[in-house]
Design a protein around this ligand. Sequence first.
Ligand code: ATP
Ligand code: MG
Length: 898
Amino acid sequence: MTIYSGSKQETCMTDKTADEIRREFIEFFESKGHTYAPSSPVVPVDDPTLMFANAGMNQFKDVFLGTGSRPYTRAANTQKCIRVSGKHNDLEEVGRDTYHHTFFEMLGNWSFGDYFKREAIGWAWELLTGVWGLPKDRLYATVFGGDASEGLEPDEEAARLWTEVTDINPTHVSRFGKKDNFWEMGATGPCGPCSEIHVDLTPDGSGSKLVNKDDARVIEIWNLVFMQYNRDESGRLSPLPARHVDTGLGFERLVRVLQGVSSNYDSDVFAPILARIAELTGKRYTAKVGHDAHIDNAFRVIADHVRMLTFAIADGAKPSNEGRGYVLRRVLRRAARFGRQQFDQREPFIYKIVPTIAEHMGHFFPEIREQADKIMTLIREEEESFGRTLDRGIALFEQAARSGKCIAAVDAFKLYDTYGFPLDLTVQMAAERGMAVDETGFEKLMAEAKELARASAKQHKAVAIEGELPRTDDALKYQGRSATAKILGWIENNAYIGKGDLNIGDEEVLLILDRTCFYAEQGGQVGDTGTIKTSLGTFAVHTTQKLGDAILHIGKVAAGTICAGQSAELTVDAGRELTRKNHTATHLCHWALRKVCDESVKQHGSVVDPDRLRFDFDHNAPLTDEQIAEVERLVNEKVYADLELTTRELPIEEAKKLPNVRAFFGEKYGDRVRVVKIGDGFSTEFCGGTHLDRTGQIGLFKIVGEEAVAKGIRRVTAVTGPKAIEAVQQIERSARQAAALLQTNPDQLADRIAGLQEEIKKLRRQLARGAAADIKSIRQKLLEEAEKVAGSAIIVGELPEAPVAQVREAADWLRSQAGSAAVCLATVSDGKPLLIAAMTGDLIAKGLKAGDLVKEVVGAIEGRGGGKPDLAQAGGQNPAGIPKALAAAAAWIKQKLG
Ligand code: ATP
Ligand code: MG
């Protein structure tokens, strides 16, 4: 990428500060009847589909989807955005270029079913070139050029409007395809063509060929989206009844262009932060860009990242090990690594930049000033904890990088696991040397580690036992759930105790017997629970594990005393019977998956307990509904066939030669292995688990879940026996309840719902038409009954609940019909009162301004608002105040006219 970095450019326009520019944007749109709607938090509070706010429209999503409304139809603001996850991720660009940030402000203006392309284009042009004086020959506009595959026409309307309502050089309007100029909120929902404004920053104005080329010399600053279609589930586009405008103007880019500096970082948005970094590190920022500009790159990355962290923490996010918190951690660690390698910072220092940001931006975003202390503490703690392993991690990386072209998966994993290096940090460090990282291998190791962690989370801490442990004979586990045995001793505080007695206590104890029928966790099957009773006391077993040759019964004394040397009655809980069903079903499921998906399906891990079975396997695509049904059918077929299970122990070499044999993932086998065979041996696995005698005992097998656990690894969850019956009944119950509510049969549910959806659509359309008809008759009446003073009509009245656009239209219509008129209409929209005033030109000349009228009476509905002399609107909180507001409006008009 070529990056232009010169000194002040020709486009230098203004001495205005960033703060002034932000304010002017908002004021400009307020003067065009927009309501200022403050930024929503950058950590979304009510949208689980979004990790961070990433565009100004996020908080208005419900309006575009038609599920919510606002008491205004025009809005403007600056939105705090973070783009480090999901569909928008600009992390890799940060620092390398000078105009993508992790955190940035997006200025925006919106129309909700109000104005459309003409105003949006006209105002954007007026603001950029008129108010801010950007040279017109430096601006380029793009419009949507159509898409044949979607049957979408080019946006001729926008193309025409650019030349009609602005004086842009017509050769500066160009067309681009769907990728650049068609905007969609998601897979379904409102969407439409967009029109972008790009700025030519080349020294000589020769950038016409660089529009949309990801070139730093010509950058996009403003995107105007025209929402006019709705995409339904089937992917079809239909026109939206209400058309909307959604625009996004990058604030940092705008400021940099207006201030005429050569990068976002040279504007006053970043200057104080860079100065603070220089002060803390003793280095100098020289604004160089490119592969070898290590120091300047570090300056930019740290300046960017600390803003992201500050704003994210202020809105409630916290560095942690997963999800959103891990995004913060990754961003901080990237910054900290630069601090160590480029600035030789050995102590936490990033947190010391926070007060500069708070001071610099806190007057507009008070949340960062109010929470500066908390933000500093959290960042400092993160820096401290990463600082402890950073040097050793860098050393390991250096060593791994020396070995060849690609950083091996084991090294990347060790960096992650032991030294806390997020994968993207290792990738970045590798890229700095022109190297790659084995990311697929890394993902595999991650998945394995997760499985192990899950298993060992349950592992009891009996790590270093002093002294020899006795051996337990556990052959009885295959024979039943009860046995008689002798208590040998227990482990307490990591030491084996073979005499004395054990009383009721808080700590878990690890009891060891000479023999046992309890199954110790292994091969995915959970450890048994149950009770061990002696003549003097009862021991409750919470789980069972194996350590060397000893079986550990982990639990607590529940009653009386347990003495070493005594004889005991062992009883494993009945849940074991369910576990057996699930374990045998797991083998059948494994077999069926290989048949349905591919012979290459490889087991990756499994969990078998009384409640369910879970089977992870290597496979690249989700299972289809048909595949799932087929697996269920195949397994159940083997269940009805009621096949016998046989197990035997064999020398491993011999066992490996058995036809169809499957060995378990990750299992270490001894010299002899146990082989579990079903029926004629179509399923033959090495397995130490407790199985059924016959497959018929499974009863029923039902898959209840299918999901991805990591790249290339799928997980099937299934239930058997009574749990399977429960699952089926539950599904049936839900279907019946839904069917009863819809007065139909379960098998006709889908048709019925589709029919209802259709009906709702129709009713909605009728309702909208009805409201429009109502309004038409009322406005006619208002016109006829209007009082006249000095030849001008005074039209004041309330309309039934209706979309704001219709009320505006009514006001407009009344004004035009009456000739000379002062209009003030009120309505309730979504429970909130709304006032709209309109004036004819002659009355404006007499000093009656719609904006003044609204301001005068809006107090009665406890609201705020205003607007232009000819048209103004205001929303409020108290619908009961409408009559008072209207009476006040009539009085005001009369007084002014009289
Ligand atoms: P680009 O192609 O430059 O990444 P975009 O197409 O992703 O931009 P939009 O999603 O249309 O941008 O966002 C609207 C505006 O927000 C852009 O015109 C730009 O000015 C600004 N913007 C987008 N991403 C960033 C970012 N990472 N940092 C700073 N400003 C941004
Ligand atoms: Mg982008």
